[in-house]
Each structure stands twice: as structure tokens, then as C-alpha cells.
Design a protein around this ligand. Structure first.
Ligand code: NAD
Length: 495
């Protein structure tokens, strides 16, 4: 039975929320647990299972057996689709419950969880369910003496290692395409946010997904994540998280079985406002959303605002006005747009960036206030720094918190040069009325997603991922994501 948001919040206040392993075995799994603290007020809301390398070994053995001998891979694509569609129906029925789990676990505003994260999660599953019986292989242009088929086969045992910033949505981005293509999937949710992954996986079983085809191992990255990355019988790992940990997965692969690795990592995305841009209410809303949506704990966060000097003064005045409606507060409050940082260590990292920006000479023009009076105290107001030069830390490093760096420019060439002056290349947005400039700049920017006259990550139909150190090996979303989880085989029939 589905729970209401109020029931989930009640369980949280009684420390009764739980996320455990879902491993297809009759053998014992480790019973140690980790306390789960909510970033909202730093109180314990329950616990999660603390997995071990042995748990990963058990899950991988079951996944391998399912892949070689089980029903999921052998089912017709249309049958897999029907099961995924039943699962989507259950997600709709449990929408409030799943939204509340992400809210209490990650400190995300409940309105965001209900209106954005969960609808996007379900849409992802619905979209990939439809691909099951609509994506075809190819016939090679051979002569009459041969028939050459190019087919896509599932890759095998897939590890999905998830971040904490969009718990349900990142689960969907990985699991939906990996599962629909017939793989056996093992999910390792972020240890800070495992609750919705646990519930979503339980609902999958209710819909008819065989347990060995989709398993969950909870616990720490250094233990469970590393065990998946280093395992000799995992064929592929799809990872979203920091560039630092992404690099480790490449090492794990090199040191083990050369498993495929796809990484979606960090970013320091530019937003450019050209001299000819229209600045109206919608522009301001887009710029602020790019910069501060999800407490800026967003890999595609538009954290560098590059503004033509002629527009700067007026734009900054409007941005400051617009920020008045971004309410900082308790994530259960439906009016709230900004909740807490995910945890104390991360809060302290963001504060240290704030202080460094001041000491390096950036000019604080909005925000900067820490709301000690709220719950955990890890609430930081949306903050804007002007006069940020390219040599400053705030221009270069991903903060993953609500600090927007403003830099002015004079020419289009300078704007492009500043935009590309980053180790990252995940996303970019820019504003202009000139269609020729729009094409020129869009092709000159080194980023996986470039949006014009608005902030967007695209939608489920379009691939998402990064240039440079923002990503490696493939893309999430769109039909492109399917190639992460399949391998290409040529079948050559001689006449
Ligand atoms: P993280 O790298 O700390 O953790 C991500 C996952 O890796 C977690 O499940 C964690 O347990 C695991 N992990 C941690 N240490 C590990 C280790 N030594 N070996 C194996 N696994 C390990 O990232 P995070 O803090 O959860 O997320 C924030 C980062 O994710 C940011 O840098 C952000 O930009 C990035 N991100 C990128 C995208 C994208 O699509 N490009 C989307 C969301 C977040």
C-alpha cells in the first residue's frame, strides 16, 4: 500500500525509514547497518544496510546466473515492456511516497520532488519501456553472396553507481535503459540517499521484474562501489558522481577485467548574456533556475554568468529582485525553493568556497547568509559574486552549492573563450536575438548540451553527458543511452 507524504514524514520522525539489500540469494547477507541522517535537521530518520564485498560477490553471482540462464534476457522485448509499464503504474500510485522519501533523505523541497523529480523518473521508465520493441538492428550493404546483420546484444551484468543529488531520477536514468535491453542490473545507491532506490526496486518486483535481474546493494562507496568497479564478472559500470571518483572507476576497470565504464561527472557550466539578449522576466527566471535549482547541487548548474558589460548593471538588479521569490527554508514547506546542503562536510566545503571568493577579491552582491536558525543549519542563501576573474577559484572549481560567479566581457570571441576556459564541458546556455550568432556560439562551445535563450538539460529524448572532464564513454538519456548497455555484434551469413 502506498503512503502519503505525511506518513513518510511521520516515519522519519520516528527513525523508522529503512533501505536494505535486495539480493537474490538464500545465503546470509551482511547485517550491519549505517544510521541515516536527514540533512533537513540532522536527525536520525532510520538506517540503511551497510554492504560488503561479499554482498557484491553474492549479487554478481546471481546476476550472472540470471543473465546466462534466466528469463529476463530471454523474454520477448514486448513482455519486458509490459512489465516495465506495470512498474510505471505502481510508481504513479506511489508518487507521493517516493517524492517524500527523496525530500526527507536528500533535503530536496517537497514541491520539487512532487512536480519535477518523480514525474521525470516515471517518464524515463515509460519512454525506455517503449524502446523495447521499436529499436531495430541493421542490415549491411553486402552483395548477393552474403547477408550481414549488425545486432545489439545486452552487455551482461551492469553495475549502476548513483549520486545523491537526484536519487530517484538518477536511478531511472541508469536502470531504465540497462534493464529494458535485457541486462542484469545491480544498483548501488549513494549512501546518503538510498530510500527511494530501495522502494523503487521493491515496486519492480511487484510489477514482475525477476529479482536476479535487478538487485540493490546499499552501503559505502569505498566498499560496495569499489567492489563493483573491481569485480571480474561485472561487464559494465555506469556511474554518475564526482570526476574524482569517476577516475577511480577507470582505474578499477584497467586493474580488473577492462569492463566498460561510462561516467557522468561534474561541471562548471557557463551562462552567457550577449549585448543583444532580451532581458525579461522569463530570462531572469531561466538564469536563476540554472544557477540555483536544487540548491545548485546539480551537475549542469550554470554557475558562471558571463555578461556583456553593457547589460551587466541592469541584469544584476533584476537578478537580485528575482531572488526575493527564492524562499530558503524547511523542505516540507510547499513554498520553499531552497533546502539544506546534503551534509555537514559538503556545507563546510561550500562555505570555504564562499570565504575564498571573498579573500580572492570577488564582490559579494547578493545573499551569502547562512540560516543557522533552520534545522541542521546547513542552509545557504542563493549568493551572487560580481567581478569574478578567470584566475579565481570560484571561476574554476565546481562548488555544488548556491554561489554564482559573474564575469563581464566585451566581445563574442572573449565570451566563447571564457565559456570554454574550464576543465569541464557538461552544459552551457546563452542569450541572443541574433540567429547567426546563435549557431556560431552553439558550435564553438565545448559542452554536451548547449541551450539557447533558456536553461535546459534537454529532455528524455535527447542525450545528456559531458565533453572534457565532465564525462567519459557514453551518454545518458535518448536512444544514445541504449548503446551503453548493449554491444554490437556482426553476424555474417555466407550464401
Ligand atoms: P561521489 O562521486 O562522491 O559519489 C557518487 C557515487 O560513487 C556514490 O554512490 C558513492 O558511494 C560512490 N563512491 C564514492 N567513493 C567511491 C569509491 N572510492 N569507489 C567506488 N565508488 C565510490 O559523488 P556525489 O557526491 O554523490 O555527487 C556529486 C557529484 O556528482 C558532483 O560532482 C556532480 O557534478 C556529479 N553529478 C554529475 C551528473 C552528470 O550527469 N554529469 C549528475 C549528477 C551529479
Amino acid at each position: 500500500m502506498s503512503m502519503t507524504t505525511a506518513q513518510v514524514f511521520e516515519l522519519a520522525s520516528n527513525q523508522q525509514l529503512w533501505a536494505g539489500h535486495l539480493i537474490d540469494t538464500t545465503a546470509p547477507v551482511s547485517e550491519t547497518t549505517l544510521p541515516n541522517y536527514s540533512p533537513i535537521d540532522n536527525t536520525c530518520i532510520g538506517s540503511i544496510a551497510n554492504g560488503s564485498q561479499q554482498d557484491v560477490n553474492t549479487a554478481v553471482a546471481a546476476a550472472r546466473d540470471a543473465f546466462e540462464h534466466g528469463e529476463w534476457r530471454r523474454m520477448s522485448p514486448a513482455e519486458r515492456k509490459a512489465i516495465m509499464q506495470r512498474w510505471c503504474q505502481l510508481m504513479h500510485e506511489h508518487m507521493d511516497e517516493l517524492a517524500a522519501l527523496d525530500c526527507v533523505d536528500a533535503g530536496k523541497p517537497i514541491t520539487e520532488c512532487l512536480n519535477t523529480d518523480l514525474p521525470a523518473t516515471i517518464e524515463t521508465f515509460e519512454w525506455y519501456a517503449e524502446t523495447a520493441d521499436k529499436v531495430f538492428g541493421k542490415v549491411a550493404p553486402t552483395g548477393a553472396d552474403a547477408l550481414g546483420l549488425v545486432v545489439q546484444e545486452p552487455i551482461g551484468v551492469v553495475g549502476a553507481v548513483l549520486p545523491w543529488n537526484f536519487p530517484a531520477q538518477m536511478y531511472a536514468w541508469k536502470v531504465a535503459p540497462a534493464l529494458i535491453t535485457g541486462n542484469s542490473v545491480i544498483v548501488k545507491p549513494a549512501e546518503l540517499t538510498s530510500l527511494s532506490a530501495y522502494r523503487l526496486t521493491q515496486l519492480a518486483y511487484e510489477a514482475g521484474v525477476p529479482k536476479a535481474a535487478l538487485q540493490l546493494v546499499c552501503g559505502l562507496g569505498e566498499e560496495v562501489g569499489a567492489a563493483l568497479g573491481q569485480h571480474m564478472d561485472v561487464d559494465m559500470v555506469s556511474f554518475t558522481g564526482s570526476t574524482e571518483v569517476g577516475r577511480l572507476f577507470l582505474q578499477y576497470s584497467a586493474q580488473s577485467n577492462l569492463k566498460e565504464v561510462v561516467l557522468e561527472c561534474g561541471g562548471k557550466s557557463p551562462q552567457i548574456v550577449f549585448a543583444d539578449a532580451i532581458i525579461n522576466e522569463q530570462t531572469i527566471e531561466h538564469i536563476l533556475s540554472a544557477a540555483f535549482w536544487n540548491m545548485s547541487e546539480n551537475c549542469s548548474c550554470g554557475s558562471r554568468l558571463l555578461v556583456h558589460s553593457s547589460q551587466k548593471e541592469a541584469l544584476l538588479t533584476l537578478l537580485k529582485e528575482g531572488l526575493q521569490s527564492w524562499k530558503v527554508g524547511h523542505p516540507y514547506d510547499p513554498e520553499v525553493a531552497i533546502g539544506p546542503m546534503i551534509e555537514k562536510a559538503h556545507f563546510e566545503k561550500v562555505i570555504s568556497h564562499l570565504n575564498t571568493a571573498k579573500t580572492e577579491g570577488a564582490l559579494l552582491i547578493a545573499g551569502g547568509h547562512i540560516h543557522d536558525e533552520l534545522g541542521s543549519g546547513w542552509y545557504i542563501e542563493p549568493t551572487v559574486f560580481d567581478n569574478v576573474s578567470p584566475d579565481m577559484t570560484l571561476f574554476k572549481e565546481e562548488v555544488f552549492g548556491p554561489l554564482l560567479a559573474v564575469t563581464s566581457f566585451e566581445t563574442e570571441e572573449e565570451a566563447i573563450q571564457l565559456a570554454n576556459q574550464s576543465d569541464y564541458g557538461l552544459a552551457a546556455s546563452f542569450y541572443t536575438q541574433n540567429v547567426h550568432r546563435a549557431f556560431r556560439v552553439a558550435s564553438a562551445i565545448k559542452a554536451g548540451t548547449v541551450s539557447i535563450n533558456g536553461f535546459s538539460e534537454g529532455d528524455i529524448t535527447t542525450p545528456f553527458g559531458g565533453y572534457k572532464q565532465s564525462g567519459f564513454g557514453g551518454r545518458d538519456n535518448g536512444l544514445e543511452a541504449l548503446s551503453q548497455y548493449t554491444q554490437t555484434k556482426t553476424i555474417w551469413l555466407v550464401n
